[in-house]
Design a protein around this ligand. Structure first.
Ligand code: DX5
Ligand code: ZN
Length: 227
C-alpha cells in the first residue's frame, strides 16, 4: 500500500456486536471505513480481555482494507508471530509493554508486516524518538487503553503536534485512538494525525441492519475535519 497523509478512518470493532463480527466488518467497510482497527487486550497490561490470534484469524477474510491490530498485551514479543500469521497488516505494540520496544519493532518488521508503536497518555513523546526509523506508524492514545467510550484527553493534542515535527518527512503515519468524534477529530487532524480510530462515534446508533448510520457517523467525522 502506498503511503499518504490523507485522513483515514479506522473503526474499532470493540464497539461492534461481538456476536456478529464478520457482518459488522463488512458493514463498516461498505460504508467507507479506510482501515479496520482490532483491539487486542490481555486483562493484564489493560484491565479488559478481548480477542486472541484465532479470533483475529477469523476476522481476516472479512477485511478487504487494512487489518490494523493494536496489541495491548505484555509481554508482547512472544505473541507477534501469532498475530502476523493470523493475518494482521499492521501490528502496533505499546512502548510501555516491556523494556525492549526497539527489539519488539524489529520482531514485527521481521514478520514482513507494517510496524506501529503506541504511547499511553502519560508517556512522553521522546520515548519513540529513537524508534522512529523502525516504525510505519506511531499511535497516540487519547484515552487510557482498555475500554471504548471514554473521554478524550486534550493534553495529547500537543503530543501529536510535537510528534508530527519529530517525524518530519519520513513516511510514518500518526494514529489517534480514544474519544475521537466530530468534535475532537478536527483538533487531532490539525495537529498532524492522519489515521483516526473511532469506536463509539462510528457504531453509535447503527447496526448491521442499519449500516447507513455507520456511514453517516463516518461522514460526520470527515465533514467536521473538512470544516
Ligand atoms: C481503547 C481502544 C480503542 C477504543 C476506542 O483501549 O484502543 O480503540 O475502542 O473507542 P472510542 O472511540 O469509543 O473511544
Ligand atoms: Zn485501539
Amino acid at each position: 500500500m502506498e503511503f499518504d497523509r490523507k485522513i483515514k478512518i479506522a473503526p474499532s470493532i470493540l464497539s461492534a456486536d461481538f456476536a456478529n463480527f464478520g457482518a459488522e466488518i463488512r458493514a463498516v467497510e461498505d460504508q467507507g471505513a479506510d482501515w479496520v482497527h482490532v483491539d487486542v487486550m490481555d486483562g493484564h497490561f489493560v484491565p479488559n480481555l478481548t480477542f486472541g490470534p484465532p479470533a483475529v484469524k477469523a476476522f481476516r477474510p472479512h477485511v478487504k482494507t487494512v487489518m490494523d491490530v493494536h496489541l495491548m498485551i505484555a509481554p508482547v514479543d512472544a505473541s507477534i508471530e501469532a498475530y502476523a500469521e493470523a493475518g494482521a497488516d499492521m501490528i502496533t505494540a505499546h512502548v510501555e509493554a516491556g523494556p525492549h520496544p526497539h527489539r519488539t519493532l524489529q520482531a514485527i518488521r521481521a514478520t514482513g508486516k507494517r510496524a506501529g508503536i503506541a504511547l499511553n497518555p502519560g508517556t512522553p513523546v521522546e520515548a519513540v524518538e529513537y524508534l522512529l526509523d523502525l516504525c510505519d506508524m506511531v499511535l497516540v492514545m487519547t484515552v487510557n487503553p482498555g475500554f471504548g467510550g471514554q473521554k478524550f484527553i486534550h493534553s495529547q493534542i500537543d503530543k501529536i503536534a510535537r510528534l508530527r515535527g519529530m517525524i518530519g518527512d519520513r513516511p510514518i503515519h500518526i494514529q489517534v485512538d480514544g474519544g475521537v468524534d466530530p468534535v475532537t477529530a478536527p483538533l487531532v487532524a490539525r495537529a498532524g494525525a492522519d489515521v483516526l480510530v473511532a469506536g463509539s462515534a462510528v457504531f453509535r446508533g447503527g447496526s448491521v441492519e442499519r449500516a447507513d448510520v455507520y456511514g453517516a457517523n463516518m461522514r460526520a467525522i470527515r465533514e467536521a475535519i473538512a470544516g
